[in-house]
Design a protein around this ligand. Structure first.
Ligand SMILES: Cc1cc2nc3c(=O)[nH]c(=O)nc-3n(C[C@H](O)[C@H](O)[C@H](O)COP(=O)(O)OP(=O)(O)OC[C@H]3O[C@@H](n4cnc5c(N)ncnc54)[C@H](O)[C@@H]3O)c2cc1C
Length: 444
């Protein structure tokens, strides 16, 4: 029997815990989490704020009780304050202030990420919110209920900022969306796609302030405005979403770190300390597109890494297959999905990327209704011809198509191989010369 301590029980931690409890029941598992809830699906925050869903119960898929009933010792609202790695002991503080000491044979760090706070004046004012926890969603909801809040600045047009901008607009407020980059969603998409998303946002009434850097939030007690390098704007609420940083406080002085501070792990999720594993947003992932470690903070990666760590800690050696950073977004009904690298990211990773584009209807033109235009870009390496990434956009739901590209990247498929792939045709679903085949056939 091993003594396993798990710190953090959100997506990565819950996946690791379930794997250990379900498949390796002989071990003693102690779980610490500083929060009062676990398994909160942050992806639901925007839907909830935008009142597209009313019941938040469905945003949780596990609980301390479920894990306790399976045999874990779960200590909620208990923050681990330090770890003696040489003595293999963690020291935590409960909400009553009592110190708890727990030794381990194996330790799993699943401490996640924290919102990045810009170093500008005014971030401590009332009505400045970050969106990460369930409690943050509650606070933003309450702030938006105030009829005095008419104008809201959303800072950062990554996928969370864009989603929150839509949600706030749905609440009938004026939304100013600020982004230092020239477009939204620069990490995942090329401008052929982001131009469409930016137009979609503007068409739906979001005021875009792209290429504009926030310099200060103004107000004496409560927010009254924001100042950028291009102007000053009156707003009553600010929602910050400029990204996340790995929460490495407990291990940063002991474990090997990636340049952004995340715990560097191998394919077993093992850190530089053989008794310590790290999973989810606090750790690196292996990017199959880059062929090296990367930091991609997504719940999907968190869950998979938790499962891998759970097996390894439980005694079954298991390697992660790596990830492609597959992601999707749906804003005012306009959907974009991508996997792997966009052109800019591929260049940054040292490739010589070229791409092939195709735009067509999903189904033959004779199909009335439930049809729509689809845009596809496949990015590949000029020399090796290996597929590096793909982006798709449509009002129609084409999301399942991106999974094939994800596997293609993982399996190092070339663009030529894709051109001759067996893709079925039925007018109810697609076209005989469908856009995937056509994009691959027209690759230079
Ligand atoms: C608004 C929003 C929308 C998102 N949408 C999506 C989406 O659509 N799809 C997607 O794939 N991903 C999405 N994400 C990202 C996803 O939520 C994260 O990647 C995921 O939460 C990472 O899970 P994690 O368990 O690694 O870390 P976290 O969720 O950060 O959890 C870490 C846990 O560790 C605990 N903890 C930290 N330090 C300590 C300590 N010292 N002692 C005890 N406990 C500690 C915390 O209380 C927390 O419960 C979204 C994130 C946000 C904020």
């Amino acid at each position: 029997m091993s003594k396993i301590v798990l710190i953090g029980a959100n997506h990565a931690g819950t996946a690791a815990a379930n794997t250990i409890l379900d498949q390796y029941p002989g071990n003693k598992l102690t779980i610490f989490d500083s929060n009062s809830n676990i398994s909160y699906l942050g992806c639901g925050t925007a839907l909830w704020i935008g009142k597209q869903i009313t019941d938040t119960k469905g945003l949780f898929y596990s609980s301390a009780k479920i894990l306790t009933d399976k045999g874990a010792e779960v200590r909620m609202e208990t923050s681990v304050e330090r770890i003696d790695f040489a003595g293999k002991t963690v020291y935590a503080k409960g909400k009553d202030g009592a110190e708890i000491k727990e030794s381990y044979d194996k330790l799993i760090l699943a401490t996640g990420s924290l919102p990045i706070e810009p170093k500008i004046p005014g971030t401590n004012l009332k009505n400045v919110h970050f969106v990460k926890l369930f409690q943050d969603g509650e606070a933003v909801n309450k702030a938006l209920d105030d009829p005095g809040v008419k104008k809201v600045a959303v800072i950062g047009a990554g996928y969370i900022g864009v989603e929150i901008a839509e949600a706030v607009k749905r609440r009938g407020k004026k939304v100013l969306l600020f982004e230092a980059a020239p477009t939204s969603l620069v990490t995942y998409y090329d401008s052929w796609f982001t131009d469409d998303m930016d137009k979609n946002l503007a068409d739906n009434g979001v005021e875009l302030h792209f290429g504009e850097m926030l310099k200060a939030i103004e107000g004496s007690d409560k927010v009254t405005g924001v100042v950028s390098d291009k102007g000053s704007y009156d707003v009553e609420l600010v929602i910050m979403s400029i990204g996340f940083r790995p929460n490495n406080a407990l291990g940063k002085d002991h474990l090997k770190l990636f340049p952004n501070g995340s715990y560097q792990v191998d394919l077993h999720q093992q850190t530089s300390d053989p008794n310590v594993y790290a999973v989810g947003d606090c750790a690196t992932v292996w990017s199959n597109a880059i062929g090296g470690p990367a930091y991609i903070a997504l719940a999907t990666n968190a869950v998979r890494s938790g499962i891998v760590a759970g097996h390894n800690v439980g005694g079954t050696p298991l390697e992660s297959g790596g990830v492609q950073g597959s992601n999707g977004i749906c804003i005012f009904g306009f959907k974009m999905v991508s996997t792997g690298l966009n052109v800019a990211a591929a260049k940054k990773a040292g490739f010589d990327p070229v791409y092939t584009d195709y735009e067509d209807l999903q189904k033959p033109a004779f199909i009335d209704g439930e049809n729509g235009k689809v845009k596809l870009r496949v990015v590949y390496d000029k020399k090796s011809r290996r597929i590096l990434g793909a982006q798709m956009a449509s009002h129609y739901d084409v999301s399942m198509g991106i999974h094939m590209f994800s596997l293609a990247i993982e399996e190092k498929v070339t663009i030529e191989k894709l051109a001759l792939l067996d893709i079925f045709f039925l007018p109810h679903f697609n076209q005989p010369y469908n856009y995937i085949t056509m994009a691959a056939l027209s690759a230079k």
